[in-house]
Ligand binder design. Structure first.
Ligand SMILES: Nc1ncnc2c1ncn2[C@@H]1O[C@H](COP(=O)(O)OP(=O)(O)O)[C@@H](O)[C@H]1O
Ligand SMILES: [Mg+2]
Length: 248
């Protein structure tokens, strides 16, 4: 079964001179950790935003677990997926607990069940002592961990994260990656973007490399490396396909 099916996506932002997505297509298997990889400006965040229904494509289609991402199915899809955006989406003046209660309520989780779930996750993410601290006083890594909790309170079958390990310290990164492995071991799919090839090579069962708004190559990291005798790791494969030109 495919969990995500993206077909011929085109997107040009208003006032942009160039299209961002130029006929992007790919399909992802169910229940795997998949990396959506590409250089800066490749269109990763735009793709994620379209998958989640936050941005509208000009043309093309998205299906999440066989449901089309359209007005009629947006709510049903929202319950199946958890979204961790690239920018922290928490209220800075509220505490971690207040933020997480707010997000839990959005998904219809309330009362004692919600409180227990929040406490369990705060502990799992090393934030139990900061439950009543305002988010604005959190470090970057703490904010990122709290942002992940906000996305998983409703136990989504597919967790989608945009650069969850960007700008966090080694300890936070290690905890986040370990969490993604465990979440996936419990049966959920994980789709995450990164530009760190070493990390993706270790974590992902499958990678989708995109550049300039279209698919470059997809496969298991080990298979992609094996296909290119001159490449010793995923970073070499990535450079082989995307070239050495610097990006803005
Ligand atoms: N809201 C927007 N308005 C105009 N252009 C945008 C917007 N968001 C992204 N872009 C452009 O689309 C391209 C791809 O961006 P993005 O999807 O963020 O790529 P990535 O996440 O791979 O770095 C970039 O050139 C960026 O400037
Ligand atoms: Mg991005």
């Amino acid at each position: 079964m495919t969990s995500v099916h993206v077909k011929e996506l085109h997107k040009t932002y208003h006032n942009a001179s160039e299209p961002t997505l130029k006929g992007l297509s790919f399909s992802l298997p169910d229940g795997k950790i998949v990396g959506l990889l590409g250089p800066n400006g490749a269109g990763k965040s735009t793709t994620i935003a379209i998958l989640c229904g936050l941005v509208k494509a000009d043309s093309g289609s998205v299906h999440i677990q066989q449901l089309p991402q359209d007005n009629a199915h947006r709510e049903a899809i929202k319950r199946k997926i958890g979204i961790v955006p690239q920018q922290i989406a928490l209220f800075p003046q509220l505490t971690a607990m207040e933020n997480l209660k707010y997000f839990g309520n959005l998904y219809g989780i309330k009362g004692k069940a919600l409180h227990q779930k929040i406490e369990e996750y705060l502990a799992a993410f090393g934030l139990e002592k900061s439950a009543h601290k305002e988010i604005r006083k959190f470090s970057g890594g703490m904010k990122r961990r709290a942002n992940i909790i906000a996305a998983i309170l409703h136990q989504p079958e597919l967790l989608i994260l945009d650069e969850p390990t960007a700008g966090v310290d080694v300890q936070s990164r290690s905890l986040i990656l370990q969490f993604l492995r465990e979440y996936n071991n419990n049966g959920a799919g994980v789709l995450y973007t990164s530009h760190l090839m070493e990390e993706a090579q270790q974590l992902c069962e499958e990678v989708v490399i995109i550049d300039e708004g279209h698919l470059i190559v997809q496969g298991r990291p080990a298979a992609l490396i094996a296909q290119h005798p001159e490449c010793k790791n995923l970073e070499d494969v990535f450079l082989h396909y995307t070239g050495m030109a610097l990006r803005d």
